[in-house]
Ligand binder design. Structure first.
Ligand code: C5P
Length: 233
């Protein structure tokens, strides 16, 4: 089966206040997007679609070229394609889906904001997909004790932590399953697994990784920068 990876990088990054759309904020001399592309391209050969905010196509192409040597201009059957995203993550995923080659039948959707996802996580998701799972996501145990609260912040109930898992990306799907779920989506979901589960499919989990955290706030950015510095030889 032919595999594709959609890297969603079209978020504004308002919670990060990094002075640019999140994917284009630097971790060291390289942007968040450039770091995530390194992980993506280390995964086995796949079509890669990068989804970015309008106006950032050239910046994304520069990142693609720096990592892969591919100009990403969409000419001549390039392995990497750059497209413009939408207002919500779900719209950005839909934009990525519409740029896939006809022969692709397995799709990973990866948050660019999870810039330091180890290749082993990609491999576990791909293995489960190739083993026949229609939908698979990496997940990690929840370390905090979680409460359900009302609109005033008063606790309604404790939630049994052993029943919880934090969802990460890359999330992998059979293409037909993801396309059907996106086409029939009635509400906006914060990840693709929720969309596919709402469409009635079982979604299995594989082990995620602590380094695969989503860079969302300024402290997350500090943590990512420290991790990058510590990995440097
Ligand atoms: O906003 P959040 O951090 O949950 O976004 C997760 C991922 O989805 C990020 O990589 C972000 O760039 C992407 N995204 C997108 N289009 C949007 C919103 C988010 O591609 N409209």
């Amino acid at each position: 089966p032919r595999l594709a990876v959609i890297v969603v990088a079209a978020g504004s990054g308002t919670r990060l206040q990094g002075g640019a759309p999140k994917a284009f904020v630097p971790l060291d001399r390289d942007s968040i997007l450039r770091h995530s592309l390194r992980g993506v391209l280390a995964a086995p050969r796949a079509q890669v679609v990068v989804v970015v905010p309008d106006g950032f196509q050239d910046a994304a192409r520069a990142d693609v070229q720096a990592v892969s040597g591919d100009p990403g201009d969409g000419d001549g059957g390039d392995a990497v394609r750059v497209v413009v995203g939408g207002r919500t993550r779900q719209e950005s995923v839909a934009a990525g889906l519409s740029a896939l080659d006809a022969d692709v039948d397995l799709v990973l959707v990866h948050d660019a904001a999870r810039a330091l996802t180890p290749v082993s996580v990609f491999e576990r998701v791909i293995d489960a997909l190739e083993g026949g799972a229609p939908a698979v996501i990496p997940a990690v145990p929840v370390v905090d004790t979680i409460k359900r609260v009302d609109e005033n912040g008063v606790i309604l109930a404790a939630v049994d932590r052993s029943e919880l898992a934090a969802a990460q990306t890359p999330q992998g799907f059979r293409r037909d399953v993801l396309e059907a779920a996106v086409a029939s989506a009635d509400a906006d979901h914060t990840d693709d697994a929720a969309l596919v589960a709402a469409a009635g499919h079982d979604v299995v989990t594989v082990a995620g990784h602590a380094d695969s955290f989503k860079i969302t706030t300024a402290p997350d950015l500090d943590r990512a920068r420290a991790l990058v510095a510590s990995r440097r030889p």
